[in-house]
Design a binder for this molecule. Structure first.
Ligand code: ADP
Ligand code: MG
Length: 618
């Protein structure tokens, strides 16, 4: 299959361009490429010599975004308009984040549903996908500036533990930034490739990747066999990183300041301390002592003192390593190589404790905050077919998926996935007593199936009558080495099953693939809006249906005024649906929840009492 590049600006197809590797990090992001002349992977640096772009987005009063270094000091001056750690929000619902909400200084919109989160600034809402797209856009334009050529294709890395939704969100962010995302690669896999581990198909190795970044710690155990990376286990702490090392020193110095008579918790004092602590920490990575002056008081710290301050944090990372080994059913001695990733592994005490734990020298010769991007660039180079030593595996040119409610495309096997491949997901019915389910199989990159290519259609019949949402329908895609796609559907509660075979590439030529890719990029923005509208509408319709059923079933327990109020609210939702106004649909649906809550709770209470008296609910 030919590799296709698309110039978004001109809409033309180009066969020659660089494919970049992108590390989209929680704290910092960066771009790397493999140089065509020296075949060496390098991180792209601006004139200032910096390769890292802080993963921060600031919105001014006119909702214009500033990204990266330009947004850094806005963290202090405009905390409520400056978004950091957007990666932590990717593919998450508000419920997923409720434990962590204290971590964010900006407003995360709680719409009370299990929909994906948004960040609110003034009256604007930003999805984590849009925020990540802004960071990717900045990286893209930086790379274009440095390389003096258009950049349209990328390999982007994600943590090994990212689930399907989070990976898809990352792909969508790339698309929105005008990037054709050739592959999503696990961060530890990229780090391994950067060290040349996994490039030789004959190589068989088990490795550990220790990644201590700004705010997160990940340990991954990977098995490499014939160029395939398998994640055996992952562990870590999503709130443990360089920031915590800084905090340990801040606490220490704060005590010294208090002894010198300087008290108080003003944010200026704390911020000054935090910046001084981070600088001192970095200095201690190469020297034995560091110092600072805060409010006229000289402060000092020796490397030994610092190491004892952070020992408890290091111990926590080692406990995670222990657990990861345990989950992979391995001992430290069975690990062939240990790779150090993340800016915080520059701290000598970190390296020492990891070396002692695994009882072997660690790989730390590459710049730890560049190593993931370097590996992504190497993966990009392999996909570009430039690395002639590497066997290029067959890949699917277009995504394969099925149609879900509202005519949306749900991708099971993403484009550029290796062949053979298999993937599965569970679905359910949307109507009570639904006895058959029509499964439509599509190929393509657009969000609405109507814009994609229909491959096949079949029905799963004889599903026993059950309330909507109860059947568990497992759909499996099996793509074999010849490009034959086998789709099977099984209702797991009853065992009813059906399958079909299609030749996915039949009648598909390069120019069609090119056109479909181009369309998906040029329509990325509107596709995403349409998808959001359809999802909101589907959700609202389900809610209306449930509520109307409830009003009928429990009529005796609901007052006339409650009935009337609910019906008026339902009318408002229907109007919003008719207006195709996504925000209004979400808002009115939310309000319906408020309107029905009092009597819903009352009815449930009474139903429960009835049940306890031995009567049947319903
Ligand atoms: P992420 O993967 O979360 O985006 P990075 O890998 O870029 O993060 O790591 C950022 C962290 O590395 C910050 O906490 C920073 O203070 C720390 N760091 C960077 N350089 C050094 C150094 N020389 N010594 C110690 N820590 C460092
Ligand atoms: Mg990182």
């Amino acid at each position: 299959m030919a590799k296709i590049g698309i110039n978004i600006a001109t809409g033309s197809i180009q066969k020659e361009d660089a494919i970049v590797g992108i590390d989209l990090g929680t704290t910092n992001s960066l771009v790397a490429i493999v140089r065509s002349d020296t075949r060496e992977a390098i991180a792209l640096k601006e004139i200032d010599g910096l390769s890292l772009v802080p993963s921060i987005v600031f919105f001014d009063e006119n909702n214009q975004a500033q990204v990266g270094t330009a947004a850094l000091d806005k963290l202090l001056t405009h905390p409520e308009r400056t978004i950091y750690s957007a990666k932590r929000l990717m593919g998450k619902s508000y419920g997923d984040l409720s434990q962590d909400s204290h971590f964010f200084a900006y407003k995360i919109h709680d719409d009370g549903s299990d929909a994906l989160v948004k960040v609110q600034i003034d009256d604007q809402f930003y999805s984590p996908i849009e925020l990540s797209a802004l960071i990717l856009k900045e990286l893209k334009s930086r790379a274009e500036h440095i390389l003096k050529m258009p950049i349209n294709r990328a390999v982007i890395t994600v943590p090994a533990y990212f689930n399907d939704t989070q990976r898809q969100a990352t792909r969508d962010a790339g698309k929105l930034a005008g990037l054709d995302v050739l592959r999503i690669v696990n961060e530890p896999t990229a780090a391994s490739l950067a060290y040349g581990i996994g490039l030789d198909p004959k190589e068989e190795k088990t490795i550990a990747v220790y990644d201590l970044g700004g705010g997160t710690f990940d340990i991954s155990i990977l098995k490499i066999n014939q160029g395939i990376f398998e994640v055996l286990s992952t562990n870590g702490d999503t709130y443990l990183g360089g920031d915590d090392l800084d905090r340990a020193l801040v606490m220490h110095w704060k005590m010294q300041l208090e002894q010198a008579g300087i008290t108080g918790n003003s944010s200026t004092l704390l911020q000054a301390l935090r910046l001084a602590a981070e600088a001192a920490k970095k200095q201690l990575s190469t020297s034995d002592k560091a110092s600072a002056v805060i409010e006229g008081i000289p402060l000092e710290i020796t490397k030994t003192e610092f190491e004892s301050l952070i020992q408890p944090l290091l111990d926590r990372t080692l406990q995670s390593c222990q657990q990861a080994l345990h989950d992979a059913q391995l001992t430290a001695a069975q690990i062939d190589a240990v790779i150090m990733v993340g800016g915080s592994t520059r701290v000598p005490a970190v390296k020492n404790c990891v070396r002692d734990f695994f009882k072997k020298e660690v790989n730390d010769s590459l710049n730890p905050d560049e190593v993931v991007a370097l590996g992504a660039a190497i993966q990009a180079d392999i996909l570009a077919g430039n690395n002639t030593d590497m066997l290029l595996l067959d890949i699917t040119p277009l995504s394969l998926g099925i149609e879900t409610l509202g005519g949306l495309m749900d991708v099971l096997i993403p484009r550029n996935a290796k062949i053979p491949n298999k993937a599965g997901r569970q679905y359910t019915t949307s109507k009570d007593g639904q006895s058959s389910l029509l499964i439509n199989v599509y190929q393509g990159e657009r969000d609405q199936v109507a814009h994609n290519r229909k491959l096949a259609s079949f029905s799963l019949r004889n599903i026993p009558a059950m309330p909507a949402g109860l059947p568990k329908i497992d759909i499996q895609f099996l793509l074999d080495a010849d490009g034959i796609l086998k789709v099977s559907a099984t209702e797991l509660r009853s065992g009813v099953a059906q399958e079909i075979e299609v030749k996915a590439q039949y009648g598909l030529d390069d120019s069609m693939v090119e056109q479909m890719l181009l369309d998906s990029l040029t329509h990325a923005q509107e596709d995403m809006q349409t998808r959001a509208l359809i999802e909101a509408t589907t959700e609202a319709n389900l809610m209306i249906e449930t509520t109307e059923k409830f009003l009928i079933n429990y009529a005796a327990l609901i007052s006339d005024s409650e009935q009337a109020l609910t019906k008026t609210q339902i009318e408002k939702i229907k109007q919003a649906i008719q207006d195709k106004h996504k925000d209004a649909i979400q808002k009115t649906t939310e309000q319906l929840n408020e309107v029905t809550r009092p009597f819903a709770e009352r009815v449930m209470d009474s139903a429960l009492k009835d049940a306890m008296r031995g009567k049947k609910i319903l």
